[in-house]
Design a protein around this ligand. Structure first.
Ligand code: UD1
Length: 359
C-alpha cells in the first residue's frame, strides 16, 4: 500500500491536509501524520485537529517557537529519523511555513520524493519569510501541485520544468466547501452577540505588520475607526497579543473586541456573516473570495492575485488613512447578492486530483 507522510506544523497547514486524508483514492493508501509542533497552543493546533476531525498525529516533534534558524534547524534534525523510520513513498508538504521548507529539504536530501501542495504561489516579496519558504520548497519538490495558471507561470519563470508541475486547484476551498454548512449551524455571530451582516472580523499576524510598533499602532487605529460604525471582532494571534503588550498598545484600539483566536469552524461561521474582513492572512483572502465577503488585506502585495481579480479583496496600506478610505469605499458599494465566480479548479475536488497523482 502506498504510504504518504504528511508534514504539518502550523495552523494553515492543518486545513490544507484535512481533505487529502478523506478524499477518494484510486487504491488504498496509508497516511502518516507528522506534526512538527511549530504551533502548540490549544487554540492554534488542538482546536483545528478537533474541528477538522483529524486523527491525532503519529509523531509530534514538539519543536515549538524560536528564531527562524533555531526553529528550522531543530526540525531538520528531528525529521530525519522519522523519515528513515517510515520510508514513505511521498512526503507531502503544505503552503509556506517553516515546517514546509524543513521537511522538503530533509526529504529531498535523503532522495525521497517530496510533493508540495500550494506550489507556485508568489508575492514577489523576499522580505516575507513565507516567500523564501515557498521559492525554496518549489525548487526542492519533485512534484509542484499548484492552485492555478498564475502559479504555473511563476514556476516556469523560476526554471521548474513542466514535468514537475501539476495544476490541481486550491485545496483550502475543499475544506471550506465541506465544512461551511457545519460552521453556519453553530450560529457563532449570535453567540458572540453580533448581528449577522453588521460586524467586521480582523486578524493580523505577519511579521511585517505586527513586529513594528508604528505599523501595529496604525492598524489598531484603523480597526478603532471601523468600530465606530460596526462591532469589530479582532481574533488576536499569540504573536500579535505579545507585541501589543511589548509596545504598550493595549489602549490604542478603543471599541475593538480583542478576542483569542478561534477554531476553524468558528472562524468560517463568523466570516461568512461578516460585513467586512480586515486581515493579513493568506487563507482569509481565499475564503472571503469563495464566501463573497469584502476583504481589506493590509499588505503591500498578495500571493493570491485571483482574490483581487474576483473583486472581493483589495490591498490597503497599513495606515489609518488608507483603512479609513477603503472602509468608506466598501460601505458605499452595494454588496453583490451572489459570490463571485470561483477561479478554475477552486471547486472542492482538489484533494481528489492530488491523490490521483500520488497514489
Ligand atoms: C506562522 C507562519 C505563517 C502563518 C502563521 C499562521 C512561518 C514562517 N510563518 O507564523 O506563514 O501564516 O504561522 O498562524 O512559518 N506562538 C504561540 N503559540 C503557538 C504558536 C506561536 O504563542 O502555538 C507565538 C510564539 O511567541 C512564537 C510566535 O507566536 O514565537 C510566532 O510563531 P511562529 O510559528 O514562529 O510564526 P507565526 O507568526 O505563527
Amino acid at each position: 500500500m502506498p504510504r504518504l507522510l504528511h508534514v504539518v506544523g502550523a495552523r494553515p497547514n492543518f486545513m490544507k491536509m484535512a481533505p487529502i486524508l478523506r478524499a477518494p483514492s484510486p487504491q488504498p493508501v496509508e497516511h502518516v501524520i507528522v506534526h512538527t509542533g511549530q504551533h502548540y497552543d490549544a487554540a492554534m493546533s488542538d482546536a483545528f485537529f478537533r474541528d477538522l476531525a483529524l486523527p491525532a498525529p503519529d509523531v509530534n516533534l514538539g519543536v515549538g517557537s524560536g528564531s527562524h534558524a533555531a526553529q528550522t534547524g531543530r526540525m531538520l534534525i528531528d525529521l530525519e529519523p522519522v523519515f528513515d523510520r517510515y520510508a514513505p513513498d511521498w512526503i507531502v508538504v503544505y503552503g509556506d511555513v517553516n515546517s514546509t521548507l524543513a521537511a522538503a529539504l530533509v526529504g529531498q536530501k535523503k532522495g525521497m520524493k517530496v510533493a508540495h501542495v500550494e506550489a507556485g504561489v508568489r508575492s514577489f516579496d523576499r522580505t516575507m519569510p513565507e516567500e523564501v519558504n515557498r521559492v525554496l520548497t518549489d525548487q526542492l519538490a519533485e512534484l509542484c501541485l499548484t492552485p492555478g495558471a498564475a502559479a504555473d507561470r511563476n514556476l516556469r519563470r523560476e526554471g521548474i520544468p513542466d514535468e514537475r508541475i501539476r495544476t490541481v486547484g486550491n485545496v483550502m476551498v475543499d475544506t471550506l466547501l465541506a465544512l461551511r454548512p457545519s460552521a453556519a449551524k453553530l450560529g457563532v455571530p449570535a453567540q458572540m452577540g453580533v448581528a449577522s451582516g453588521d460586524y467586521a472580523v480582523a486578524t493580523f499576524h505577519r511579521a511585517g505588520n505586527v513586529d513594528d510598533a508604528v505599523t501595529l499602532a496604525a492598524l489598531l487605529a484603523g480597526l478603532a475607526h471601523v468600530a465606530r460604525v460596526m462591532p469589530v471582532l479582532f481574533l488576536v494571534h499569540p504573536r500579535t497579543r505579545q507585541r501589543i503588550k511589548d509596545f504598550g498598545l493595549e489602549e490604542k484600539a478603543p471599541g475593538v473586541r480583542l478576542l483569542n483566536p478561534v477554531g476553524y469552524l468558528e472562524t468560517v461561521g463568523l466570516v461568512e456573516r461578516a460585513a467586512l474582513v480586515v486581515t493579513d492572512s493568506g487563507g482569509l483572502q481565499v475564503e472571503t473570495t469563495i464566501l463573497g465577503v469584502p476583504c481589506l488585506t493590509a499588505r503591500p502585495n498578495t500571493e493570491w492575485t485571483e482574490t483581487i481579480e474576483s473583486g472581493t479583496n483589495r490591498l490597503v496600506a497599513p495606515t489609518l488613512e488608507a483603512i479609513t478610505a477603503a472602509f468608506a469605499e466598501v460601505r458605499a458599494q452595494k454588496r453583490a447578492q451572489v459570490a463571485p465566480p470561483r477561479p478554475p479548479l477552486w471547486d472542492g475536488r482538489t484533494a481528489e486530483r492530488i491523490l490521483a497523482l500520488l497514489v
